[in-house]
Design a protein around this ligand. Structure first.
Ligand code: K7E
Ligand code: CUA
Length: 865
């Protein structure tokens, strides 16, 4: 009832909104709505998620990429994908796993010597200060091959992968503690901590679960394995975890299933795991004091070393009052600490209830040593009822929780019911339910699990999409649905198909908290953040040979790779260090060589290394893989691999026709003349920029820096051209002069962009009508003949309104009906001069009025054109 009321009232609102739009727009809008079969509520939902070009999102979401082993980055509310970050899996575009430096990161993830090239990512986590996101680091776990990876949010690249030395799978990680002191990683399927064989009959004695507390250095963004430790748990299957905050600071919480310690055996006639593992009514929530355990772990007496890693045994934890169990409804999934740290909500996926535990009550039981019993491993059990604030029936299959900024409000996913439920965990009341499609797993609020939840939206991460999208075969995309939670009731806005893997969990952060850079300091190894040993500046390019080792120091800059020829012997070990000399934003160059399965992506200022053995004879083109400029295709070279044991017969020299010295001289003169003319244009732009104080506008100043970057390379080329000419090599001189022209074109390209930007900055503000007029002027094709500030195939329109008596009327008559004025003596003169007649472009009265306003704006700013 409530739901339908709300839908009805937003529909009324929609009608009002549409009615208030100018009448012309309404007609267009109704036409589109009719054609596409959209209701008014659809249009409102679309408007809530639509970003016009250039408009950016309010939130950035980091979603696990599931079986892709990657992280997916997208914006909210637009749900536009921004990036896939290679983490546990090679990612060719970014060169991740295809250049030596990133391969070193990927190979940190080797387990027991084996190279692993995939991952099953589940839970991304953002680093925190005081329980709030600081926007610096992202951690994510791999469930299949228990590992944690660290991604730097300064460049969205993976910097570290740390395999777990004792677990054989993990699930309850990654979770940061409130000041990013540690990252929590809980095991999933109990297994022996050592790497030996242990018969399943000895499960209870030799198999173990646990939680690894990875020490994290938030300044440098790295896990410190030597300062980390694992807390041994019984062989229950530990599931999700969370870190306490506020009054529960220093504590960790991990739930579990299969406290039955059932080990299956269908093949020998036993009931399957799914029956045996869910037999009991309750499982155990593990409550542990990581702060105390971290201190204990510093003393070698308190730890066992397994696989070179510190493990705190259960009995040490128990003896020091640092480990407890509390019964929780069977086979739970999420355990989520509220923003204050006082309440933890546990969802039992096989139970219809959510259980709200009160940490104050838990702490009291612990302090009073009031135990309800002990588990088979001697861990004290706290009474469930006495720990609970209360329970509430939510629906079928509750899984995960996200908090809202409103005190007591929480959103919970219902897997079986395919719903999100909004409820109050303090009053224990359901507020609203929203259907999602289908079988929701996690849900992501905006900073919804931090100490500072923002509300605004919930994203439903659905396991099944079924009928939501175009059929693309039996493997369907995943479905992320954006839900507006700004109102009293939830409103599902839009679906986003994700075709990369099952994205278990996502975390969202305000975009304003992220400050990634746009270029690297020249010569940076992005994987270490330090200056790369292969850093090469312009002029330092070289090929060094040392026996069978060939080292190339190369540079890439629009639009050439230096060197352009690399000749090696078959069997040589080739190392190519490459530096992208660009400083301009978004000027990435890529590099690959035919046949060698290598690829580097070099962002401005980055240095990276490709390494391979030249084991195949032949000629192999290499080239830049990013379309980086108009001369991108020319950005190439050849690697030639010779067999040193083979005799090569030289091919017949072809007689090539060559130019006469006179012809060459003429071409040289022509090239120089073109360069001089181009330089004059550049100088006029430079004068304009200086006269109008471009330094006062940062955007313009940046563009000028980019332009000068190119321009400053000219003297060096000029010197080479002149030297060649002096030495009598006119051919070479022409080529260098050509190079100068290329640099001038690049300078002019950016310079003119700087000028246009500056004009916008210093000109008077355009009225709405003038802005519309500018659009009409462009779309009406007027600029095909009229260039403002210049005579081109039609007259310059600067000052046109002053040229005639009653100028505005005159010009507007001429636009609306040019034919009627062809006999006007002035118009006649123009027609003769330009040999063109002003055509009727069928502008409306409205557009013509706007164009007049635009022309007035031009007149006000005539000095700028
Ligand atoms: Cu899919 Cu967090 Cu691994 Cu729940 S998990 S759904
Ligand atoms: Cu550099 Cu294409």
């Amino acid at each position: 009832m409530k739901k339908s009321q709300s839908k009805f009232s937003s529909m009324l609102l929609g009608t009002a909104l549409v009615a208030s739009v100018a009448s012309g727009a309404t007609n267009e809008l109704s036409k589109v709505m009719k054609e596409r079969g959209l209701s008014e509520i659809d249009v409102i939902r679309a408007a809530k998620t639509y970003n016009p070009t250039g408009v950016k999102d309010e939130y950035v979401v980091f979603s696990s990429g599931g079986q892709s082993g990657q992280v997916i980055v997208y914006g909210v509310p637009s749900m536009r994908i921004l990036k896939y970050i290679g983490v546990f899996t090679p990612e060719p575009w970014q060169g991740y796993g295809f250049d030596k430096d990133s391969l070193e990161v990927l190979r940190q993830g080797n387990i027991r010597g084996r190279e692993i090239n995939w991952g099953d990512t589940h839970h991304p986590a953002l680093s925190e200060i005081d329980g709030k996101y600081d926007g610096k680091w992202l951690a994510i776990n791999d469930k299949a091959n228990p590992r944690i990876a660290i991604i730097d949010l300064a460049d969205f690249e993976t910097k570290q992968i740390v395999p777990n030395p004792v677990f054989k799978s993990d699930h309850g990680g990654a979770f940061f503690t409130p000041n990013s002191e540690y990252i929590i990683e809980a095991s999933q399927y109990a297994a022996p901590f050592d790497n030996n064989y242990h018969p399943i009959e000895e499960y209870k004695e030799t198999y173990r679960g646990g939680v690894t507390m990875w020490k994290f250095d938030n300044k440098i963004g790295r896990i410190m394995p030597d300062d980390s430790f694992t807390i041994e748990f019984p062989p229950y299957h530990q599931d999700l975890s969370d870190a306490g905050k506020g009054i529960s600071y220093g504590w960790g919480f991990t739930n579990s299933f299969n406290t039955e310690m059932y080990t299956g055996g269908i093949e020998v006639g036993m009931p399957p795991n799914e029956a045996g593992m869910s037999r009991n009514d309750t499982d155990f929530l593990h409550v542990y004091n990581w702060e105390k355990l971290a201190k204990l772990a510093e003393n070698p007496k308190n730890v066992k070393i397994i696989n070179n890693h510190k493990v705190v045994p259960m009995d040490i934890a128990v003896k020091n009052n640092a480990l407890f169990l509390i019964p929780e409804p069977k086979s739970p999934h999420g355990v989520d600490v509220d923003p204050t740290g006082q309440y933890l909500i546990v969802c039992g996926k096989l139970d219809t209830h959510a259980s709200v535990y009160d940490f104050k009550k838990i702490k009291k039981l612990i302090d009073n040593k009031e135990y309800a019993g002990k588990d088979p491993y001697g861990i004290p059990i706290l009474d469930m009822k006495k720990s609970l604030h209360g329970q509430l029936e939510l629906g079928l299959g509750p899984l995960h929780n996200q908090y809202s900024p409103v005190d007591g409000e929480v959103y919970t996913s219902l897997y079986v019911d395919s719903q999100v439920v909004k409820w109050n965990f303090k009053d224990l009341k359901v507020i609203d339910k929203e259907n999602v499609h289908y079988n929701i797993g996690h849900l992501a609020g905006m900073e919804g699990k931090s100490a500072d939840p923002q509300g605004d939206y919930i994203i439903a991460l659905n396991k099944l999409a079924i009928d939501r999208f175009q059929n693309v075969g039996p493997l369907h995309p995943q479905n992320h649905q954006l839900i507006d939670i700004k109102g009293k009731t939830m409103d599902l806005l839009v679906d986003m198909p994700l075709p990369l893997g099952e994205p278990h969990q996502a975390v969202a952060i305000r975009a304003s908290k992220l400050h990634p850079h746009v270029r690297y300091k020249m010569g940076t190894n992005s994987k270490t953040g330090k200056i790369h040993k292969g850093k090469t500046l312009a002029g330092e390019e070289r090929i060094e040979r040392d026996g069978k080792n060939v080292t190339v120091y190369a540079t890439l800059v629009r639009s050439h790779i230096n060197p352009e020829r690399i000749t090696v012997n078959k069997g040589d070990k080739v190392t190519i260090h490459m530096t992208n000399l660009e400083r301009a934003q978004d000027e990435t160059h890529g590099f690959t060589i035919d046949n060698y399965d290598i690829h580097g992506s070099l962002e401005p200022g980055e240095t990276t290394t490709l390494e391979f053995t030249a084991d195949v004879e032949g000629v192999f083109p290499y080239y830049c893989t990013e379309f980086c400029s108009a001369l991108h295709l020319e950005m190439m070279g050849y690697m030639m691999v010779k067999d040193p044991d083979k005799k090569y017969v030289s091919a017949q020299k072809l007689k090539m026709k060559t130019m006469s010295p006179e012809e060459l001289k003429a071409e040289y003169d022509k090239t120089v003349a073109v360069n001089n003319a181009t330089d004059a244009v550049i100088q006029s732009v430079v004068k304009f920029l200086k006269d109008n104080k471009f330094q006062d506008h940062k955007v313009v100043a940046n563009l000028v820096t980019d332009a000068l970057d190119q321009y400053n390379k000219i003297p060096e080329q000029k010197k080479k051209a002149d030297e060649a000419l002096k030495a009598g090599d006119t051919e070479k001189a022409i080529l260098f002069e050509n190079m100068i022209w290329q640099l001038m074109v690049k300078t002019a390209d950016v310079g003119i962009r700087a000028k246009d930007t500056l004009v916008r900055k210093i000109s008077t503000k355009q009225s709405a009508a003038a802005a519309r007029g500018e659009v009409a002027f462009a779309e009406g094709g007027c600029n095909g003949c009229h260039v403002i500030g210049k005579v081109s195939s039609g007259p310059d329109l600067t000052g046109v309104l002053q040229r005639h008596e009653n100028g505005e009327q005159w010009v507007s008559n001429f636009i609306l009906d040019p034919e009627s004025m062809y006999d006007d003596p002035y118009v006649k003169g123009m027609i003769d001069y330009f040999n063109l007649k002003m055509p009727n472009q069928h502008m409306s009265e409205e557009e013509t009025k706007d164009i007049i306003e635009y022309l007035k704006w031009i007149e006000e700013n005539a000095n700028l054109f």
